[in-house]
Write a protein that binds this ligand. Structure first.
Ligand SMILES: [Zn+2]
Length: 304
């Protein structure tokens, strides 16, 4: 019995030891497993980063290829079909015209936009006026029918970048903003524009520089309605007429936000200009007028 006892006693210790070892090894296994899975997830995240870098590199390569093909396509189509060659790459705030030539260009930015663009188009049609619309590429994509109507109503359509960004852009981003917008305007309307207006009139963030070096005429303005700040109809009208003069370019917005004030003010703006003896022209018409005038001036100065 004593032997048995001791046997059982020894066995008991052994079982206990085995049990302990078992527990220990399970604990070890858990630890090891945790470590392994940590290591695995670590190596996975390394793989993820590598994959991301590769994907980014592929995307960059794809973007560069896309840009090259757009640029080639644009070159094949021929830049600047609707702008006299001496305005390619130029920055224009207003036209220099002979004294007494009372013309003015109404321009509308940031569209096409639901409701307000159609309302502006209705007012212009009713008054038999052609304007110039600087459209945002992503809006052209979202509202192709409105974009087409701008062109079929006889207005000039022009480039106002894809995203309407203000921040600094490297050459590739600037190229995307400008070329992609010209491309979607062309695909939507068949018009190949060579007129560009930088968002916010910003000349220093890379996008205007790209447009200039690619022979766009950069169109600024001489009379700002400041309608984006929704100043109310009377102030909006006063803002325009404070800066209005013959050969001028008027800045308004048909898109990018609530343009109810602009829509409401437009009939009065038109009738006031008409009462002052103004005629309305598009930006290309304005440039053509200045071009002809400067040729006349140049010829006169050549004569002995
Ligand atoms: Zn704008």
């Amino acid at each position: 019995m004593e032997n048995n006892k001791s046997f059982f006693g020894t066995q008991g210790i052994l079982i206990a030891l085995l049990g302990l070892t078992g527990t220990f090894s399970i604990a070890l296994m858990i630890l090891f497993k945790t470590n392994t899975s940590d290591a695995q997830s670590q190596s996975n995240s390394v793989k993820d980063i590598t994959a991301n870098v590769v994907t980014q590199q592929r995307l960059e390569k794809f973007k560069t290829e896309m840009l090259t093909s757009w640029q080639q396509e644009a070159q094949a189509k021929g830049f600047a079909t609707d702008v006299p060659s001496n305005f390619q790459g130029a920055v224009i705030k207003e036209a220099k015209l002979p004294a007494g030539k009372k013309v003015i260009a109404l321009t509308f930015d940031d569209g096409p936009w639901p409701n307000s663009t159609a309302q502006v188009l209705d007012i212009l049609k009713k008054n038999n006026i052609k304007g110039t619309f600087f459209v945002v590429g992503q809006n052209v994509k979202n509202y192709p029918d409105l974009t087409k109507r701008v062109v079929t109503d006889g207005h000039t359509i022009a480039n106002h970048t894809w995203h309407h960004w203000y921040h600094h852009m490297n050459a590739q981003a600037a190229a995307y903003e400008v070329a992609n917008t010209t491309d979607i305007i062309y695909k939507t309307t068949g018009v190949k524009t060579s007129l560009f207006r930088p968002p916010g009139g910003i000349m220093s963030n890379g996008v205007a520089a790209y447009a200039k070096s690619n022979k766009y005429a950069v169109i600024m303005w001489s009379a700002d309605s400041i309608d984006y700040s929704r100043p109310g109809v009377p102030k909006l009208i006063n803002n325009i007429f404070r800066g209005a003069r013959p050969g001028g370019i008027v800045l308004m917005h048909d898109g990018g936000g609530d343009r109810a004030h602009t829509v409401k003010a437009l009939p009065e703006i038109i009738s006031r200009f008409r009462n002052q003896g103004y005629e309305f022209v598009t930006v290309p018409e304005l440039l053509e007028m200045q071009n002809q005038y400067s040729q006349v001036v140049a010829q006169k100065s050549k004569k002995p």
